[in-house]
Design a protein around this ligand. Structure first.
Ligand SMILES: Cc1ncc(COP(=O)(O)O)c(C=O)c1O
Length: 391
């Protein structure tokens, strides 16, 4: 059947049934595959046949997971990784050469930033950064050796947005590759390829798994670019395990319903926080008060599950707030069924100077909530009682 919807693709895109006629796809926990004879083996290695050889290259479970993301992201091909960071690093490893240059948004996930500052320079690959509110100045950063424009939207943890259409046109104009980490939005809410992205990366660890169980990553894009990423990865070894692919592929079957509910809960949490007098501002893409509300409406289906807000009392208020929570978890993950609260200034970003933190909009009182799937009234009640505990 043609023109199937997102939910149907997520459920019905499945590995061919085995001789046992199973309804739900089994786990192919095998490191390698067998061949009928010498000729079958030769032709398979020569890629004259599409066959699984070895699970570092492909496996029925990882292929099923990748095929679903390819369909969801409107891509041509993809490859699945052990973690989101393996997807980010392998994309750079495959597509960049010594002496290349990257232009990146300053607000990117911490380990991605460490790749830019500590590891890519080992191969003479330098990165220039733009602040989220200075996108008009990106063109000034482009050099003759610039190869990639890199960004995340919404950003972590400040929940700010970049205009994907603008970035897509800019990358095309300068013949650059646009690589977008779409982890916070998921393919259900946003498809960067529709706006001109060349590669879309996900940490599948977050909303794709959605239940805080396994790590995973994926990169999707055109056949030609993914071929480069595939060859790099099949030789360097960051492949996703078949077990994690099996778990994640099942998770994708419920991605649409879970993300819808996450977003409904998050909007209710954001509206509650906005009405509270101890809070100086709330950032949620689908609140009309969000500075980039129009961009959110243009490129996102719903606002996502992350809400950021600023406690008027700064650092000490942030710590007191976290200590007073009774239901929400204090944990490093996000996109779980369980709501998770973090205070970036005293934890994930505490090693940055105050000036560096402010450049990525991490103020002392900034709190990030990954809104889960508990009843929204219980999440709000917990946040409310924790707010009253601040002295
Ligand atoms: C936006 C973003 N990209 C990449 C990653 C890295 O993913 P993983 O932890 O699966 O390596 C994370 C993890 O939090 C993330 O938030």
């Amino acid at each position: 059947m043609e023109n199937l919807h997102f939910e149907t693709l997520a459920i019905r895109n499945q590995t061919e049934r085995s001789q046992f006629s199973e309804h739900s796809v089994p786990l192919y926990l095998t490191s390698s595959f067998v061949f009928e004879d010498a000729e079958d083996m030769r032709a398979s290695f020569a890629e004259e046949k599409e066959k699984n050889l070895y699970s570092r290259f492909s496996n029925p479970n990882t292929t099923e997971f990748v095929d679903k993301i390819v369909a969801m992201e409107h891509a041509e091909a993809g490859y699945a990784f052990a973690t989101g960071m393996a997807a980010v690093f392998s994309t750079f490893g495959a597509l960049l050469n010594a002496g290349d240059h990257v232009v990146s948004c300053r607000s990117v996930f911490g380990s991605t930033h460490t790749l830019f500052t500590k590891y890519l320079p080992k191969w003479q690959i330098e990165t220039s950064y733009f602040n989220i509110d200075e996108v008009a100045a990106i063109e000034n950063l482009i050099q003759p050796n610039t190869k990639i424009v890199y960004a995340e939207t919404p950003t972590n943890p400040a929940v700010e947005l970049l205009d994907l259409e603008f970035l897509g046109k800019l990358a095309k104009k300068h013949n650059l590759l646009l690589v977008i980490d779409n982890c916070f939005a998921t393919p259900y809410l946003q498809n960067p390829i529709d706006f001109g992205a060349d590669i879309v990366i996900h940490s599948a660890t977050k909303l794709m798994d959605g239940q805080g169980r396994v790590l995973g990553g994926v990169a999707v894009g055109s056949e030609a670019l993914i071929r480069e990423i595939y060859l790099f990865s099949r030789n360097t070894g960051p492949a996703m395990s078949p077990f994690n692919a099996w778990v994640l592929s099942k998770s994708l079957e419920t991605l649409a319903v879970r993300v819808e509910k996450h977003c409904k809960n998050a909007l209710k949490v954001a509206e509650f926080l906005e009405s509270h007098n101890q809070i100086s501002f709330v950032k949620y893409p689908f609140l009309p008060s969000h500075p980039q509300y129009e961009i959110a409406k243009k490129q996102m289906k719903l606002g996502g599950n992350i809400v950021a807000f600023e406690l008027a009392g700064g650092l000490s208020a942030g710590r007191q707030f976290l200590n007073a929570l009774q239901l929400c978890s204090l944990s490093a993950n996000l996109g779980d069924t369980r709501s998770i609260v973090t205070h970036p200034a005293s934890t994930t970003h505490s090693k940055l100077s105050e000036a560096d933190r402010l450049e990525v909009k991490i103020t002392d009182g900034l709190v990030r909530v990954s809104v889960g799937l508990e009843h929204h009234a219980d999440i709000i009640a917990d946040l409310k009682q924790a707010l009253t505990a601040i002295q």
